[in-house]
Design a binder for this molecule. Structure first.
Ligand code: SF4
Length: 343
């Protein structure tokens, strides 16, 4: 059995033909699924024979929302999604003036080992399939009963470590008969898997690439991000320039400010030296503290000084608004506490 959400239109059309059905049935099935009908029997305009064939070949895996938290302050919603094999992942829906943005996971757990991140504490369990990643958006939209117009792939997992499924997801999310979310409304965040950045650049997509940089020199970066032992900041910058050349898209650099680790004035000046002249934007993130880690959040003053140094050097910079502060849970933290309490 296969998850029907893993199919693109062409694949489902081919399946129809192979099973002596008309190709146009594929679009009808997609319309039903993306309209929230998750059992083949209820798809009114399909012949009974096709319904039975579909049910014997495919399942529709929309994760069950096992827990949900809503911020009283800003309406941010954090969801724990459970797939049919019992695995749990997190998604977060944020409300902005221009629409709803969902932050989704790409893997169950993560193997990258970043020191500030709760998602990686127990390593990786498995990749999510393209259809499972899509279904996080479907389940999130159904939960809030509103359209989701923007997607950031920034939850648990390293998306470029699940490259083929992510590429297929980027195709599926765009489908007119599906979620119909355009590439420019999608941001993919990576800790810097350099060879995969080149592969992605060669696809010439219009998505926004975000790099979790978090440090302005390799020595410091290695202390918080093990991937820095493999790829240097120079390697990453070269890959980013290639990405810009191929796509014309501005790169976002994510920089979580950690007290006493990477938030000094010298760090800001060093960052300016690396990024000057590049088509980019820096997103400063007041770090979410993870209780298992000794790392602490920067002071407001340090965050402001850091921002001002970048700004006055001509680097575009914003400080990420803290959303959902009252449902206080860093990325990966909710899943972890849920798993611990259900052991
Ligand atoms: S920050 Fe991202 S890449 Fe690093 S461990 Fe967490 S989920 Fe993985």
């Amino acid at each position: 059995m296969e998850n029907i959400l893993d199919q693109n239109l062409e694949e489902l059309q081919n399946w129809m033909e192979k099973n002596s059905e008309k190709k146009f049935r594929a679009k009808q099935v997609f319309d039903w699924v993306y309209d929230g009908i998750y059992d083949f029997d209820s798809m009114g305009n399909l012949p009974q024979g096709l319904k039975s064939k579909l049910a014997s070949y495919f399942y529709i895996d929309i994760p069950e929302i096992v827990e949900a938290y809503k911020s009283e302050i800003d309406g941010t919603v954090k969801l724990l999604n459970r797939f049919r094999d019992g695995n749990i992942i997190e998604s977060v829906i944020m409300k902005y003036k221009y629409g709803n943005t969902i932050c989704i996971s790409s893997q169950v757990g993560c193997r990258m080992g970043c020191k500030f991140c709760a998602s990686t504490l127990n390593g990786i369990v498995r990749n999510l399939s393209a259809g499972e990643i899509i279904s996080e958006i479907i389940a999130g939209g159904a939960y809030i009963s509103e359209r989701i117009s923007n997607v950031v792939i920034m939850g648990s997992g390293e998306p470029l470590d699940n490259y083929n499924n992510i590429i297929k997801f980027l195709e599926l999310v765009n489908l007119e008969h599906g979620l119909n979310i355009g590439q420019r409304h999608i941001t993919l965040s990576t800790c810097g898997l350099v060879p995969k950045i080149y592969d992605l650049a060669n696809k010439k997509l219009q998505i926004t690439l975000a790099i979790s940089l978090h440090s302005s020199n390799d020595e410091e970066r290695r202390k918080i991000m093990p991937i820095a032992n493999k790829y240097s900041i120079v390697d990453i910058m070269e890959a980013c320039k290639y990405y810009i050349d191929m796509t014309g898209r501005r790169i976002t650099f994510e920089y979580a400010l950690i007290h006493g680790e990477n938030d000094a004035k010298e760090d800001a000046y060093e960052l300016v030296g690396i990024l000057r002249g590049m088509l980019c934007h820096v997103n400063l993130i007041p770090m979410n503290e993870v209780k298992e880690s000794k790392l602490k959040k920067s002071t407001n003053q340090n965050v402001k000084t850091f921002r001002d140094i970048l700004d006055s050097s001509g680097i575009e910079v914003t400080i990420r608004r803290e959303l959902g502060a009252d449902i206080n849970a860093a990325c990966g933290q909710l899943r972890k506490s849920y798993l611990e309490s259900h052991d």
